[in-house]
Design a binder for this molecule. Structure first.
Ligand code: ATP
Ligand code: MG
Length: 183
C-alpha cells in the first residue's frame, strides 16, 4: 500500500481545502515554524483512525476542527481524505475492488466522527484494521512525533522500555499479561 494523495478541509490550520499529491520516493515537508508541518502528519494519523486527543496535541477530538482566526470564523467540521495505491491488493477482503482506495474521516461538532472507505460507510475499527497488517496506521512506530526522539533519549529506563515495547508492538501483550496476573 502506498499513500498517493492527502486532502484536508477544515483540519487544524488547513481551513481551506488543500490537496497534496504524494509522489513516489521520499517526500519532504519544509516551511517556517507554525506553518502546519506537524498538522499534516497528524492529519495522516487521524484519517487512519487515531482516537487519542493527546496524539493530536488537543484536549478533545473536536480540537482538530479549524478553531477560527482573527479574520476567519471557526468551522463546524473537519475532513481528511487519504488515497492509497492498492494495485497490489494488500487491503483486507472487501476493500480490494479498485486500484485506488479512498479513506475519508469527517468530524462534525457535537456529532463525532464518521468514516468512509470508497463509497461505503465504515466503523473506526474497519479503518484501523485496514492498516493493521500493512505495518502502518495511526499507532505505527513509522510515524515519529516531533520531540519523540529526544523524549526517548531523556526518558528514565522504565519509560524508555515502555516506548520501545510500543514500537515493537508488544505493549498489548504486556497489558494482557498484567490483566491475567490480577485475576
Ligand atoms: P514547527 O516548525 O514549530 O514544528 P509546524 O510547521 O510543525 O511548526 P504546526 O505545529 O503543524 O506547525 O502548526 C501549528 C499551527 O497550527 C499553529 O499556528 C496553531 O495555531 C495552528 N492550529 C492548530 N490547531 C488549530 C485549530 N484547531 N484551528 C486553527 N489553527 C490551529
Ligand atoms: Mg512541528
Amino acid at each position: 500500500m502506498r499513500f498517493s494523495r492527502l486532502r484536508l478541509n477544515g483540519f487544524k490550520s488547513f481551513v481551506d481545502p488543500t490537496d497534496l499529491i504524494i509522489a513516489d520516493g521520499l517526500t519532504g515537508v519544509v516551511g517556517p515554524n507554525g506553518c502546519g508541518k506537524s498538522n499534516l502528519l497528524e492529519a495522516l494519523r487521524w484519517v487512519m483512525g487515531e482516537n487519542r486527543p493527546t496524539a493530536m496535541r488537543g484536549g478533545g477530538m473536536e480540537d482538530v476542527i479549524f478553531a477560527g482566526a482573527a479574520t476567519r470564523p471557526a468551522r463546524n467540521f473537519a475532513e481528511v481524505s487519504l488515497v492509497i495505491d492498492n494495485t497490489e491488493r494488500l487491503a483486507p477482503a472487501g476493500f480490494n475492488d479498485n486500484d485506488m482506495l479512498e479513506i475519508v474521516r469527517r468530524i462534525t461538532r457535537d456529532a463525532g466522527s464518521a468514516y468512509k472507505v470508497g463509497a461505503k460507510d465504515v466503523r473506526a475499527r474497519d479503518v484501523q484494521m485496514l492498516f493493521a497488517d500493512a505495518s502502518t496506521g495511526a499507532h505505527s512506530p513509522a510515524l515519529v512525533r516531533q520531540g519523540q526522539i529526544s523524549e526517548l533519549i531523556n526518558a528514565k529506563p522504565k519509560a524508555r522500555r515502555r516506548i520501545l515495547e510500543e514500537a515493537a508492538g508488544i505493549s498489548g501483550l504486556y497489558q494482557r499479561r498484567h490483566e491475567a496476573e490480577l485475576k
